[in-house]
Design a protein around this ligand. Structure first.
Ligand code: FEO
Length: 397
């Protein structure tokens, strides 16, 4: 890759990871990017670095603009290793005058790298730093999504360097939002939000309010993953507002696993009920759909129907995996019900209903169990369950 000038004197100098496929449980079928930004001013400043194996890419990109040893300041907006893995080598090369980070950032950097001798300068929300012609304003975003996270706002350029916020895990040769398909971009952004930030939605609401309170005028949002928002920065902020309010639409998910197709036949009959009531739905077999893709669907769904046959007095391991993952991300304002087939003991439906209840999903049915293979009467009950859920979805329950 080559450095890309994103504003006069400001360059993307990051790396593209085409081959990564897993980010601690989140599937990345199209890779990701680790964005870093070089600002040429009286004080030459590098904002963030990259994952350690990509240090060479970062150095090569910077070197096409300036000798890396000429960099004065290194700003570390976030300490997670995909952005700070290259920090020790870059500090050795640059020998910066200042390493700028949040108070929690300093603590995390020392705890990760055990280097108290780096020239730390701690900044807090409201703090600012002159680079010469430019002023950087810092906004801490604790727990969005690590305690150390912060944003850097370049006032004169109206540019927000937003670290993980407003990103996507998507490797592309394009660097800007107006160079890629809008629908695909928002699909990646939604999956990213659902899997990384959903849990922190109340804090996202506070951050949006804080940005408004500070009166930041934003022309460009430059995240540390994915493309740079220069055409539609307002649209991704609007989307974050909606996602963090956990607004849903008339949409149901049927998430299930099956052993010998009995539970799957129930799932299809429930889908018939949803079709008859005209409610959008997705059938998501857990053997075929990754948990992180399902979370993207959960983001704007109103109803979750969870299906599993009974296995070893419980539900299928795929369902347990999904429920554990989903519970941690705290989706809110959902309705739901459980269903499944069984042979002799039949605990799965009760167990799934309890798991949904623990996630504060409002149960609109005690759950539907079918012994062995569903009869026509059983399938009719499944259709009725689908219709019942559809009606509740339409009522916004
Ligand atoms: Fe992209 Fe939280 O690191």
């Amino acid at each position: 890759m080559q450095p890309v000038e994103i504003k006069k004197g400001i360059y993307w100098v990051g790396a593209i990871d085409w081959n990564i496929r897993d980010f601690h449980g989140y599937s990345l079928p199209k890779g990701t990017t680790y964005n870093a930004y070089l600002v040429m001013d009286d004080k030459i400043t590098l904002f963030d670095t990259v994952k350690r194996p990509f240090t060479g890419d970062l150095v090569r990109n910077i070197s096409q603009v300036v000798d890396p040893s000429k960099i004065d300041y290194l700003v570390i907006n976030h300490v997670e290793m995909d952005h700070s893995g290259a920090v020790p080598e870059m500090i050795e090369r640059i020998r910066p005058e200042k390493v700028i980070c949040s108070p929690m950032g300093k603590r995390a950097l020392i705890e990760h790298f055990h280097r108290e001798d780096w020239p730390f300068e701690v900044v807090e929300t409201g703090g600012s730093l002159s680079l010469g012609k430019r002023t950087v304003q810092f906004i801490e975003t604790r727990m969005l999504h690590w305690p150390d996270s912060m944003l850097s706002y370049l006032r004169e350029d109206r540019l927000l360097i937003s670290n993980d916020a407003f990103g996507e895990h998507w490797a592309t040769s394009e660097r800007f939002d107006d160079e890629v398909y809008h629908e695909e971009l928002f699909a990646h952004a939604a999956k990213y939000y659902a899997n990384i930030l959903l849990l922190y939605s109340p804090l996202v609401q506070k951050l949006i309010a804080k940005v408004q309170e500070l009166g930041l005028e934003i022309d460009v949002i430059a995240p540390d993953h994915g493309v740079i928002w220069r055409r539609h920065p307002g649209k991704i902020i609007e989307a974050y507002n909606s996602w963090s309010l956990q607004e849903s639409k008339e949409k149901a998910l049927i998430i299930y696993d099956t052993m010998w197709h009995a539970t799957e036949n129930m799932a299809y009959a429930i889908a018939d009920g949803l079709i008859r009531e005209g409610v959008e739905f997705k059938l998501l077999n857990l053997k075929l759909n990754h948990r992180s893709d399902i979370m993207k669907e959960v983001l704007d769904a109103r109803a979750i129907l969870l299906g599993s046959p009974t296995l070893n007095n419980g539900y299928m391991p795929t369902v347990a995996d999904m429920m554990s993952y989903m519970k941690g991300l705290k989706p809110a304002n959902k309705i739901g019900a459980a269903f499944g087939s069984y042979g002799w003991s039949g605990e799965a439906v009760k167990g799934m209903s309890e798991a949904l209840d623990q996630m504060k999903v409002k149960l609109i049915d005690p759950g539907l169990r079918v012994k062995y293979a569903p009869t026509p009467d059983d399938l009719a009950k499944c259709v009725e369950l689908g219709r019942k859920v559809a009606k509740a979805v339409k009522e916004g329950a």
